[in-house]
Design a protein around this ligand. Sequence first.
Ligand code: SF4
Length: 210
Amino acid sequence: MKKNSNASKIYEILDEFLPVDIQFLEQKDPFRFLISVILSAQTTDKIVNAVVRQLFAVYPDVKSLAQANLEDVQEIIYPTGYYRNKAKNIIACAQALGDSEVPDTMEALIKLPGVGRKTASCVLGDIYRKPAIIVDTHFARVVKRLGLVATTDPGKIEKEIASLLEPSQHYRFSMTANLFGRTVCHAKKPSCDDCPLSGLCPSRDAFLKK
Ligand code: SF4
């Protein structure tokens, strides 16, 4: 199937420009990765990576976290913010998983406490290497500036970007566009002068005039 040619060019340029292996969260085990992603809402990956090292030192697996004391978990994950809700969710998530593996479908993942489409997409892409468009603030900003979408609604962005690229490109593009947003196409002052996509970007002139 022929996909959107501008999106394909952007994909190719970012694929070349950025490292082959992009990883924001340290944990590799599926359960630990899932918990890390739940904790990553509204905070930085650096904080999450530090907090989960402590969390998994005390609760190393699904069973121990499922039986954890709420206040003790709250205390450990406090630096990630929204710690009351997050503690409740990660304990409930561990309880819901029980002896099961972390699911490998969107439908099953979003039934778990604290797991929305973004978290599920992270797991599908990172752990199971399945097609996944991960819409976070960096990704949404980059694809909108590049004119690939006109909306700011995460659900619509996910669908629209998925329709522009081959499924095999979805996860890689999620990671490259995200890293590109963190390192080049910054929220406040994008580095348009040094941007490898400047020839394809409809927002470039507006930023250069500022
Ligand atoms: S030209 Fe500027 S606004 Fe456009 S993608 Fe590059 S850094 Fe972002």
